[in-house]
Design a binder for this molecule. Structure first.
Ligand SMILES: [Zn+2]
Length: 160
């Protein structure tokens, strides 16, 4: 067996041996090694001393009202947020409506500034046309129509 305390193979093997968690075969091999290796035997002795000292410790008695007192204390504790807003809480209750409206307005303004107004909601521009412009446009149309009747078709023009 390789030395568990010196090699990186399995140093927890000694802890498991001290806790009596090893299978018999492996525990027997380790005991044979402990007779030969001073480092491992000292580590096992120290670990067993720690286990013995821990066995001497006794847990304090828990009172019968422990759970109830614990839950009462948990219920009494305020969160950091409620402690932070406690001084301004009456003002928040009084100004709740305007605060919500102002918050919505700021959020809406932020969205409009970031993304703009959609095209279909933009106001369309109306161009104002004077009556004289309409009369001139109609006159121009009539003049172009008279050109069509006065010009002979291209096939009737003699070639030069
Ligand atoms: Zn060893």
């Amino acid at each position: 067996m390789n030395c568990p305390s010196r090699g990186r193979e399995n140093p927890e093997l000694l802890l498991d041996y001290s806790a009596a968690k090893l299978p018999r075969q492996l525990a027997a091999e380790l005991e044979a090694h402990l007779h030969e290796c001073r480092a491992c035997s000292e580590l096992v002795a120290q670990q067993q001393a720690v286990w013995s000292a821990l066995d001497l410790l006794a847990a304090p008695e828990v009172s019968a009202t422990f759970d109830r007192e614990l839950y009462n204390r948990i219920g009494q504790q305020d969160s950091w947020w409620s402690r932070l807003i406690r001084p301004i809480r009456p003002a928040l209750v009084l100004w709740r409506g305007p605060l919500v409206a102002a918050t919505c307005l700021v959020i809406t303004a932020g969205i409009v500034l970031e993304f703009g107004v959609p095209q279909e909601h933009k106001a369309t521009s109306v161009e104002i046309v004077q009556p004289e412009q309409v009369v001139h446009a109609l006159d121009d149309i009539e003049m172009f129509e008279s050109f069509d009747h006065s010009v002979p078709p291209a096939s009737s023009i003699p070639e030069l």
